[in-house]
Design a protein around this ligand. Structure first.
Ligand code: ADP
Ligand code: MG
Length: 617
């Protein structure tokens, strides 16, 4: 056994070996090497913004127009990013460049915070400059400070060594020269550099010149005051972002500066049916610098079906993406946007109903998807979600309930919302519903099953019932007392139809239907159909078909008021063979209301039909 030693307590400092950390930064800082251009150009933009800020405070009085220029030389293997901003003194180079992660931008913002918290400075973490080493053997800086201090020249090969000496730079500003290494020579192409600049710098607030042209729009629509932007401009901007195609339906201009900063425009595109295709169309910016087109860690899933831009300096960009969703600002931003979308839909519903109804077909999968997946959104829009009426036009759940409260009062005082998921297939059921003076709506999208159960879970005063789930007299209330059927007649018919159908899973129910022209119809109760649908989705994943039969239970309702059925009753004692065939015929007719008959059954049906016809003539 080891001897018990007393542990001496101690405190100390963990040491970091700088020579190890640079290669790590170089390798892991950013997954995409191409972002070095974004970082260097935005440093140039920062330098110009700072100078403008000083000028606005009267601390500098000179020309401040400002431009960042990117050039390259393929033979010398150089890329150069030049700005005419604030510049740096030799002391400042030592402070800001030589001390990694000591962000001069942060310090500047802190120093001038009282004047203007949002002075438009992009830099934040003090690591951007070093991204240049991801593609370079060595990096040079020539810089001349606005203060008039002597120009300085810094070089480093990305190890911990650097040199500083005098520079012959004459004009104010900074020039960064990257000596591109062997592995990254493909960046030395006009097309490549233009592509990267267009991707990241397209909307930077300061002019960026490359190849003799200004590549950016310094005043993109989303940073403008919403009241000053005309519809045409919103549409043009949409096209700029997403190319030519159908115009957006409508949009939301985001503009918040407290308690977080957020600007942007979110567009509702024309086609929102194919949920997946439209994903990845919202671009994320930070102070007009493009960051990514993946906002799925920031916004709730359903919002990623929208298009446009969001811009917020309050979304942390350097943390692992999995932490983003729990970030407080990100949460606030995401719920703000969700709320804005809900508000917009309410506004359209209340003030522009005509257009709202026009948009509804396009946006309904989106709205329903949002309602199903995001409870706060459901709360916000449940009163303005529309239901398409079978006889044209739209109604909201609220309106449907208000208008049909009395006629559709079901068990437990729930209001029954009658619906069809297939207007053609369920045409006969719909006709009867209409004859009875009841109103049905169409819910035929894939998402509608989820939508229905979500709304029912939320609203205990509502129940959805499909028009074919019961006989029309019992749709609203399954226990409704209908005209009593003669018991002996019912027993006879039950026996006849059981024998003709010969299927354990089909129950027979003899009823007095109001519609005398219907001899028989098949119904599947709302509950068992939903159960079956649920089981089917579950087993589809396992490829098990047996469940499908297991739940194939249905009821054949035989209408004792129908003439053909009356004939069966009359002939039953004397002509059992013919009676059986008539029953089979009624069963086939009823089945056709559900689905087309299969081949053999169809030909048997036709033969029997001919035989019955011959009997009549
Ligand atoms: P950040 O931009 O996040 O502060 P960087 O590593 O990109 O970090 O830059 C570090 C600092 O170096 C900047 O904050 C700034 O003070 C200084 N700097 C970098 N590039 C320039 C430039 N072009 N002109 C003036 N100062 C610069
Ligand atoms: Mg920076």
């Amino acid at each position: 056994m080891a001897k018990k030693e007393k542990l001496v307590s101690e405190t100390g400092e963990i040491s970091i070996h700088t020579e190890n950390i640079l290669p790590i930064i170089k390798k892991w800082l950013y997954a995409d090497h191409e972002i070095f251009l974004r970082e260097l150009v935005s440093n140039g933009v920062d330098a110009i913004s700072k100078l403008k800020h000083l000028a606005s405070l009267g601390e500098y009085s000179g020309d401040v127009t400002g431009k960042v220029t990117v050039t390259f030389d393929k033979d010398k293997k150089e890329i150069c990013v030049k700005d005419d901003g604030i510049g740096m003194t030799a002391e400042e180079i030592k402070k800001y460049i030589n001390q990694i992660a000591f962000s001069g931008a942060e310090e500047f913002v802190a120093k001038y915070k009282k004047d203007d918290a949002n002075s438009g400075i992009i830099g934040h973490f003090g690591l951007g400059f070093y991204s240049g080493f991801m593609v370079s053997e060595s990096v040079e800086i020539h810089t001349k400070s606005y203060t008039g201090a002597p120009a300085a020249h810094w070089t480093s090969d990305g190890s911990t060594k650097f040199t500083i000496d005098a520079s012959d730079k004459k004009e104010r500003g900074t020039e960064i020269i990257l000596h591109i290494d062997k592995d990254n020579e493909d960046f030395l192409e006009t097309g490549k550099i233009r592509e990267i600049l267009t991707k990241y710098c397209r909307f930077l607030p300061v002019e960026v010149e490359f190849d003799g042209q200004i590549i950016n729009d310094t005043h993109p629509t989303w940073i403008k005051t919403p009241s000053e932007v005309k519809d045409e401009e919103y549409k043009d901007f949409y096209q700029k972002l997403h190319g030519f195609g159908p115009e957006p339906l409508f949009w939301i201009h985001l503009n918040v500066d407290y308690p977080f900063r957020l600007t942007g425009i979110l567009y509702f595109p024309k086609i929102m049916h194919e949920m997946d295709i439209n994903k990845g169309q919202i671009q994320l910016y930070c102070q007009q610098v493009y960051v990514s087109n993946n906002v799925s860690d920031i916004l709730p899933e359903f919002l990623t079906l929208l298009r446009g831009v969001i811009d917020s300096p309050d979304i942390p960009l350097n943390v692992s993406r999995s932490f983003l969703q729990s970030d407080r600002n990100v949460k606030k931003i995401s719920s703000h946007i969700t709320k804005k979308i809900g508000d917009k839909l309410n506004e359209l519903y209340n003030n522009d109903r005509e257009n709202y109804e026009k948009y509804w077909k396009d946006i309904s999968p989106f709205v329903k998807y949002g309602m199903v997946t995001d409870e706060s959104f459901l709360d916000r829009v449940q009163d303005v979600a529309l239901l398409e009426k079978t006889d044209g036009g739209f109604t909201s759940i609220k309106e449907y309930v208000e208008e049909n409260k009395e006629s559709n009062k079901g068990e437990g005082d729930k209001t029954i919302i009658l619906y069809t998921n297939d207007k053609n297939k369920q045409a006969t059921y719909l006709d009867q519903v209409k004859e009875k003076g009841l109103k049905a709506v169409i819910l035929d999208h894939l998402i509608d099953n989820h939508f229905i159960s979500m709304v029912e879970r939320k609203r205990s005063d509502i129940k959805f019932v499909r028009v074919d789930s019961n006989t029309v007299d019992k749709l609203i209330n399954p226990n409704a007392i209908t005209v009593e059927v003669n018991k002996e007649q019912a027993e006879v018919l039950e026996k006849v139809f059981k024998g003709a159908i010969n299927n354990e899973k089909v129950k027979i129910s003899v009823e007095n239907l109001t519609a005398t022209d219907i001899p028989g119809k098949i119904i599947v109760s709302e509950e068992s159909r939903r159960l079956k649908e649920m089981m089917r989705t579950m087993t589809m994943m396992q490829g098990d078909k047996s469940v499908d039969d297991m739940f194939d239970e249905s009821t054949l309702v035989v209408n004792v008021n129908n003439d053909l059925v009356r004939k069966i009753l009359i002939m039953e004692p004397t002509r059992p063979e013919l009676v059986k065939e008539l029953a089979e015929h009624i069963w086939d007719l009823a089945s056709m209301g559900q689905a087309p008959l299969n081949g053999p059954r169809m030909s048997a049906f036709m033969k029997r039909m001919n035989k019955l016809m011959a009997l009549i003539s």
